[in-house]
Design a protein around this ligand. Structure first.
Ligand SMILES: [Zn+2]
Ligand SMILES: [Zn+2]
Length: 351
Protein backbone atom coordinates (compact mmCIF):
# COMPACT_ATOMS: atom_id res chain seq x y z
CA UNK A 1 0.00 0.00 0.00
CA UNK A 2 1.24 3.52 -0.82
CA UNK A 3 2.57 5.42 2.18
CA UNK A 4 1.36 8.85 2.96
CA UNK A 5 3.96 11.31 4.36
CA UNK A 6 2.71 14.30 6.29
CA UNK A 7 4.17 17.20 8.22
CA UNK A 8 1.80 16.93 11.15
CA UNK A 9 0.69 18.97 14.08
CA UNK A 10 1.14 16.50 16.95
CA UNK A 11 0.70 18.97 19.81
CA UNK A 12 -0.52 22.60 19.87
CA UNK A 13 2.22 25.17 20.21
CA UNK A 14 4.86 22.64 19.13
CA UNK A 15 6.81 22.24 15.87
CA UNK A 16 5.34 20.09 13.11
CA UNK A 17 6.90 16.68 12.63
CA UNK A 18 6.72 13.98 10.00
CA UNK A 19 4.13 11.22 10.40
CA UNK A 20 3.65 8.33 8.00
CA UNK A 21 0.39 6.44 7.45
CA UNK A 22 -1.18 4.15 4.86
CA UNK A 23 -2.70 6.12 2.01
CA UNK A 24 -6.52 6.19 2.32
CA UNK A 25 -8.55 4.42 -0.36
CA UNK A 26 -11.22 6.75 -1.81
CA UNK A 27 -14.79 5.47 -1.44
CA UNK A 28 -18.06 6.70 -2.94
CA UNK A 29 -17.59 10.21 -4.32
CA UNK A 30 -14.15 10.63 -2.71
CA UNK A 31 -11.03 11.48 -4.70
CA UNK A 32 -7.43 10.88 -3.60
CA UNK A 33 -5.18 13.70 -4.78
CA UNK A 34 -1.40 13.46 -4.88
CA UNK A 35 -0.31 16.89 -3.66
CA UNK A 36 2.09 18.72 -5.95
CA UNK A 37 2.31 21.80 -3.80
CA UNK A 38 0.60 23.53 -0.89
CA UNK A 39 0.82 27.18 0.07
CA UNK A 40 1.70 28.27 3.60
CA UNK A 41 -0.93 30.59 5.07
CA UNK A 42 -0.89 32.90 8.07
CA UNK A 43 -3.94 31.13 9.49
CA UNK A 44 -1.83 27.96 9.76
CA UNK A 45 0.07 29.75 12.53
CA UNK A 46 -3.15 30.27 14.50
CA UNK A 47 -4.08 26.62 14.18
CA UNK A 48 -0.60 25.59 15.29
CA UNK A 49 -1.00 27.87 18.32
CA UNK A 50 -4.49 26.49 18.99
CA UNK A 51 -6.08 29.89 19.53
CA UNK A 52 -6.86 33.27 18.08
CA UNK A 53 -5.83 36.33 20.06
CA UNK A 54 -9.01 38.26 20.84
CA UNK A 55 -7.16 41.08 22.61
CA UNK A 56 -7.26 42.12 26.26
CA UNK A 57 -5.62 38.81 27.24
CA UNK A 58 -8.57 36.83 25.82
CA UNK A 59 -8.13 33.92 23.46
CA UNK A 60 -10.52 32.01 21.22
CA UNK A 61 -9.74 28.32 21.68
CA UNK A 62 -9.67 26.54 18.29
CA UNK A 63 -8.39 23.14 19.41
CA UNK A 64 -11.80 21.40 19.58
CA UNK A 65 -12.97 18.71 17.14
CA UNK A 66 -9.56 18.31 15.52
CA UNK A 67 -7.95 14.92 16.18
CA UNK A 68 -4.14 14.95 16.46
CA UNK A 69 -1.92 14.29 14.62
CA UNK A 70 -3.44 16.77 12.20
CA UNK A 71 -2.26 17.94 8.78
CA UNK A 72 -2.42 21.67 8.05
CA UNK A 73 -2.50 23.17 4.57
CA UNK A 74 -5.39 24.46 2.48
CA UNK A 75 -3.76 25.95 -0.65
CA UNK A 76 -3.46 22.71 -2.56
CA UNK A 77 -2.73 21.86 -6.18
CA UNK A 78 -2.20 18.27 -7.20
CA UNK A 79 -2.92 15.34 -9.48
CA UNK A 80 -5.90 12.97 -9.22
CA UNK A 81 -4.41 9.64 -8.18
CA UNK A 82 -7.41 7.44 -7.31
CA UNK A 83 -11.20 7.83 -7.37
CA UNK A 84 -14.14 6.26 -5.55
CA UNK A 85 -16.80 4.40 -7.54
CA UNK A 86 -19.15 7.42 -7.53
CA UNK A 87 -16.58 10.18 -8.14
CA UNK A 88 -18.12 11.12 -11.47
CA UNK A 89 -16.06 13.42 -13.64
CA UNK A 90 -12.79 12.93 -11.75
CA UNK A 91 -10.17 11.63 -14.16
CA UNK A 92 -7.00 9.97 -12.87
CA UNK A 93 -3.96 11.98 -13.94
CA UNK A 94 -5.78 15.34 -14.21
CA UNK A 95 -4.06 18.27 -12.53
CA UNK A 96 -6.39 20.28 -10.31
CA UNK A 97 -6.51 22.87 -7.57
CA UNK A 98 -8.55 21.86 -4.50
CA UNK A 99 -11.29 24.17 -3.16
CA UNK A 100 -10.76 23.59 0.57
CA UNK A 101 -13.77 25.44 2.08
CA UNK A 102 -16.04 22.41 2.12
CA UNK A 103 -19.27 22.63 4.09
CA UNK A 104 -21.77 20.17 5.56
CA UNK A 105 -24.09 20.62 2.59
CA UNK A 106 -27.18 20.88 4.82
CA UNK A 107 -27.07 24.16 6.78
CA UNK A 108 -28.50 27.49 5.62
CA UNK A 109 -25.07 28.79 4.56
CA UNK A 110 -24.35 25.69 2.49
CA UNK A 111 -27.81 25.76 0.91
CA UNK A 112 -27.09 29.35 -0.13
CA UNK A 113 -23.79 28.14 -1.71
CA UNK A 114 -21.72 29.76 1.02
CA UNK A 115 -19.90 26.59 2.13
CA UNK A 116 -17.02 28.80 3.29
CA UNK A 117 -19.39 30.11 6.02
CA UNK A 118 -20.71 26.68 7.09
CA UNK A 119 -21.09 26.30 10.85
CA UNK A 120 -20.39 22.55 10.75
CA UNK A 121 -17.69 22.67 8.12
CA UNK A 122 -15.14 20.17 6.84
CA UNK A 123 -12.63 22.75 5.65
CA UNK A 124 -9.44 21.03 4.49
CA UNK A 125 -6.40 21.81 6.62
CA UNK A 126 -8.69 23.46 9.21
CA UNK A 127 -11.05 20.69 10.39
CA UNK A 128 -10.05 17.80 8.10
CA UNK A 129 -6.48 16.77 7.14
CA UNK A 130 -5.04 19.11 4.52
CA UNK A 131 -2.14 19.48 2.12
CA UNK A 132 1.14 19.56 4.07
CA UNK A 133 1.38 16.00 2.84
CA UNK A 134 2.02 13.80 -0.16
CA UNK A 135 -1.74 13.09 -0.50
CA UNK A 136 -5.09 14.56 0.48
CA UNK A 137 -8.56 13.00 0.39
CA UNK A 138 -11.29 15.22 -1.11
CA UNK A 139 -14.95 14.25 -0.51
CA UNK A 140 -16.33 15.10 -3.97
CA UNK A 141 -15.03 15.97 -7.47
CA UNK A 142 -17.00 19.26 -7.42
CA UNK A 143 -14.21 20.73 -5.27
CA UNK A 144 -11.53 20.00 -7.89
CA UNK A 145 -10.88 22.89 -10.25
CA UNK A 146 -9.02 22.63 -13.52
CA UNK A 147 -6.42 25.38 -13.63
CA UNK A 148 -4.53 24.81 -16.90
CA UNK A 149 -2.47 26.58 -18.18
CA UNK A 150 -1.50 28.17 -14.85
CA UNK A 151 1.35 26.88 -12.69
CA UNK A 152 0.35 24.75 -9.68
CA UNK A 153 2.47 27.09 -7.53
CA UNK A 154 0.14 29.90 -8.61
CA UNK A 155 -3.13 27.92 -8.60
CA UNK A 156 -2.76 26.44 -5.08
CA UNK A 157 -2.45 29.80 -3.27
CA UNK A 158 -5.40 31.14 -5.28
CA UNK A 159 -7.62 28.87 -3.14
CA UNK A 160 -6.98 30.85 0.05
CA UNK A 161 -4.86 33.95 -0.23
CA UNK A 162 -6.20 34.66 -3.70
CA UNK A 163 -9.80 33.79 -2.85
CA UNK A 164 -9.70 35.71 0.45
CA UNK A 165 -8.53 38.82 -1.38
CA UNK A 166 -10.98 38.30 -4.24
CA UNK A 167 -13.97 37.67 -1.96
CA UNK A 168 -13.14 40.77 0.08
CA UNK A 169 -12.45 43.07 -2.87
CA UNK A 170 -15.69 42.09 -4.62
CA UNK A 171 -17.47 43.65 -1.63
CA UNK A 172 -15.92 47.00 -2.60
CA UNK A 173 -16.80 47.22 -6.28
CA UNK A 174 -19.63 49.71 -5.69
CA UNK A 175 -17.42 51.93 -3.52
CA UNK A 176 -14.49 52.21 -5.87
CA UNK A 177 -15.74 54.26 -8.82
CA UNK A 178 -14.38 57.64 -7.78
CA UNK A 179 -11.46 57.10 -5.42
CA UNK A 180 -8.75 54.46 -5.42
CA UNK A 181 -9.18 51.47 -3.13
CA UNK A 182 -6.79 51.45 -0.15
CA UNK A 183 -5.20 48.10 0.69
CA UNK A 184 -3.87 47.91 4.25
CA UNK A 185 -1.26 45.22 4.97
CA UNK A 186 0.90 43.72 2.23
CA UNK A 187 1.57 40.16 3.34
CA UNK A 188 0.79 37.29 1.01
CA UNK A 189 -2.96 38.03 0.90
CA UNK A 190 -2.44 41.78 0.56
CA UNK A 191 -0.04 41.36 -2.35
CA UNK A 192 -2.45 38.99 -4.04
CA UNK A 193 -5.14 41.62 -3.35
CA UNK A 194 -3.02 44.21 -5.12
CA UNK A 195 -2.74 42.02 -8.22
CA UNK A 196 -6.52 41.37 -8.22
CA UNK A 197 -7.44 45.01 -7.45
CA UNK A 198 -5.47 46.19 -10.46
CA UNK A 199 -7.79 44.10 -12.64
CA UNK A 200 -11.11 44.62 -10.76
CA UNK A 201 -10.99 48.39 -10.26
CA UNK A 202 -10.69 51.30 -12.63
CA UNK A 203 -7.98 53.12 -10.65
CA UNK A 204 -4.71 51.67 -9.41
CA UNK A 205 -4.99 50.99 -5.65
CA UNK A 206 -3.06 52.81 -2.97
CA UNK A 207 -1.46 50.76 -0.20
CA UNK A 208 -0.26 50.98 3.40
CA UNK A 209 2.22 48.82 5.29
CA UNK A 210 4.64 49.49 8.14
CA UNK A 211 7.43 47.56 6.36
CA UNK A 212 9.40 49.64 3.79
CA UNK A 213 10.39 46.51 1.86
CA UNK A 214 6.74 45.53 1.43
CA UNK A 215 5.82 49.08 0.35
CA UNK A 216 8.59 48.99 -2.25
CA UNK A 217 7.38 45.61 -3.52
CA UNK A 218 3.83 46.98 -3.81
CA UNK A 219 4.96 50.07 -5.75
CA UNK A 220 6.94 47.80 -8.07
CA UNK A 221 3.77 45.71 -8.53
CA UNK A 222 1.67 48.68 -9.63
CA UNK A 223 0.36 50.42 -6.49
CA UNK A 224 -0.24 54.12 -7.19
CA UNK A 225 1.05 55.32 -3.81
CA UNK A 226 2.32 53.69 -0.61
CA UNK A 227 1.90 54.99 2.95
CA UNK A 228 3.53 54.03 6.24
CA UNK A 229 0.69 53.78 8.79
CA UNK A 230 3.18 53.92 11.69
CA UNK A 231 4.04 57.48 10.62
CA UNK A 232 1.88 59.87 12.72
CA UNK A 233 1.33 61.98 9.58
CA UNK A 234 0.12 59.02 7.49
CA UNK A 235 -3.60 59.59 8.02
CA UNK A 236 -3.26 63.23 7.02
CA UNK A 237 -1.19 62.24 3.98
CA UNK A 238 -3.85 59.78 2.78
CA UNK A 239 -6.60 62.38 3.30
CA UNK A 240 -4.55 64.99 1.42
CA UNK A 241 -3.98 62.60 -1.47
CA UNK A 242 -7.58 61.32 -1.70
CA UNK A 243 -9.93 63.66 0.27
CA UNK A 244 -10.97 60.49 2.08
CA UNK A 245 -11.16 56.95 0.83
CA UNK A 246 -14.46 55.24 0.03
CA UNK A 247 -13.15 51.68 -0.10
CA UNK A 248 -10.59 50.08 2.21
CA UNK A 249 -9.61 46.44 2.46
CA UNK A 250 -7.91 45.68 5.77
CA UNK A 251 -5.77 42.56 5.38
CA UNK A 252 -4.32 42.93 8.90
CA UNK A 253 -7.28 43.04 11.30
CA UNK A 254 -5.55 44.59 14.33
CA UNK A 255 -6.37 47.57 16.56
CA UNK A 256 -3.83 49.71 14.74
CA UNK A 257 -4.84 48.70 11.24
CA UNK A 258 -8.54 49.26 11.92
CA UNK A 259 -7.86 52.66 13.51
CA UNK A 260 -6.00 53.60 10.35
CA UNK A 261 -8.53 52.03 7.95
CA UNK A 262 -11.54 53.75 9.54
CA UNK A 263 -9.60 56.98 10.11
CA UNK A 264 -9.00 57.63 6.41
CA UNK A 265 -12.60 56.97 5.30
CA UNK A 266 -14.66 59.53 3.47
CA UNK A 267 -18.34 59.79 4.38
CA UNK A 268 -20.19 56.74 3.07
CA UNK A 269 -16.98 54.74 2.99
CA UNK A 270 -16.59 51.06 3.67
CA UNK A 271 -13.89 48.94 5.29
CA UNK A 272 -13.83 45.23 4.51
CA UNK A 273 -11.87 43.32 7.14
CA UNK A 274 -10.31 40.04 6.20
CA UNK A 275 -7.20 40.01 8.44
CA UNK A 276 -7.14 37.95 11.62
CA UNK A 277 -4.16 39.38 13.45
CA UNK A 278 -6.29 40.04 16.51
CA UNK A 279 -6.76 42.49 19.30
CA UNK A 280 -9.69 44.67 20.20
CA UNK A 281 -10.81 47.69 18.30
CA UNK A 282 -12.79 50.59 19.66
CA UNK A 283 -14.35 53.46 17.80
CA UNK A 284 -16.24 56.58 18.82
CA UNK A 285 -19.73 55.16 18.26
CA UNK A 286 -21.11 58.42 16.88
CA UNK A 287 -18.54 58.32 14.08
CA UNK A 288 -20.26 55.27 12.58
CA UNK A 289 -23.33 57.40 11.84
CA UNK A 290 -21.51 60.71 11.25
CA UNK A 291 -19.31 59.09 8.64
CA UNK A 292 -22.08 56.74 7.43
CA UNK A 293 -19.45 54.06 7.47
CA UNK A 294 -19.70 50.35 6.87
CA UNK A 295 -17.36 47.85 8.52
CA UNK A 296 -17.85 44.43 7.01
CA UNK A 297 -16.09 41.10 7.56
CA UNK A 298 -15.16 38.68 4.82
CA UNK A 299 -14.01 35.06 5.18
CA UNK A 300 -12.34 33.30 2.21
CA UNK A 301 -14.83 32.89 -0.67
CA UNK A 302 -17.36 30.61 -2.32
CA UNK A 303 -16.77 27.77 -4.76
CA UNK A 304 -18.26 29.93 -7.52
CA UNK A 305 -15.84 32.74 -6.67
CA UNK A 306 -12.94 30.25 -6.77
CA UNK A 307 -13.96 29.37 -10.33
CA UNK A 308 -14.25 33.08 -11.25
CA UNK A 309 -10.80 33.74 -9.81
CA UNK A 310 -9.19 30.93 -11.80
CA UNK A 311 -10.85 32.33 -14.93
CA UNK A 312 -9.51 35.78 -14.05
CA UNK A 313 -6.02 34.34 -13.57
CA UNK A 314 -6.28 32.56 -16.92
CA UNK A 315 -6.67 35.90 -18.69
CA UNK A 316 -3.01 36.49 -17.78
CA UNK A 317 -3.86 39.88 -16.26
CA UNK A 318 -3.02 38.91 -12.67
CA UNK A 319 0.61 39.62 -12.08
CA UNK A 320 2.05 36.74 -10.11
CA UNK A 321 3.47 37.75 -6.76
CA UNK A 322 6.90 36.65 -5.55
CA UNK A 323 6.70 32.97 -4.59
CA UNK A 324 9.30 31.00 -2.65
CA UNK A 325 9.15 27.25 -2.89
CA UNK A 326 10.51 24.99 -0.20
CA UNK A 327 10.40 21.21 0.17
CA UNK A 328 7.62 19.70 2.32
CA UNK A 329 10.13 18.72 5.02
CA UNK A 330 10.78 22.45 5.60
CA UNK A 331 7.14 23.14 6.54
CA UNK A 332 8.05 24.10 10.10
CA UNK A 333 10.86 26.41 8.97
CA UNK A 334 8.44 28.02 6.50
CA UNK A 335 5.92 28.64 9.31
CA UNK A 336 8.64 30.17 11.48
CA UNK A 337 9.76 32.52 8.71
CA UNK A 338 6.14 33.61 8.25
CA UNK A 339 5.70 34.11 11.99
CA UNK A 340 8.82 36.28 12.07
CA UNK A 341 7.38 38.43 9.26
CA UNK A 342 10.39 37.65 7.07
CA UNK A 343 8.47 36.64 3.96
CA UNK A 344 7.74 39.01 1.06
CA UNK A 345 5.13 37.29 -1.12
CA UNK A 346 4.06 33.66 -0.77
CA UNK A 347 5.71 30.48 0.44
CA UNK A 348 4.62 27.27 -1.27
CA UNK A 349 5.69 23.78 -0.18
CA UNK A 350 6.64 21.39 -2.97
CA UNK A 351 5.16 18.11 -1.73
ZN1 LIG B 1 -5.32 30.49 4.28
ZN1 LIG C 1 -23.04 23.73 6.16
Amino acid sequence: MTKFHRQSLVAYGQPLCETIADCPTPRGSEVLVRVECCGVCHSDLHIQDGYFDLGGGKQLDITKDRPLPFTLGHEIAGVIEAVGEAADGAVIGHRIAVYPWIGCGACAACRASNENLCSDHRHLGIAVDGGYATHVLVPHPRYLLDYAPLSPFFAGPLMCSGLTAYGALKRLVHHSDHTPVLLVGLGGVGMMGLAIARVLFRQAPIVADIDPEKRAAALAAGAAQAFDPSDPQARRAVLAATRGVLAVCDFVGSDESLQFSTGVLARGGKVVVTGLLGGTFSIAAAMIAIKAMTIEGSLTGTLAQARELIDLARTGKLTTIPTHDRPLVEAQAALEALRAGRVVGRTVLAC
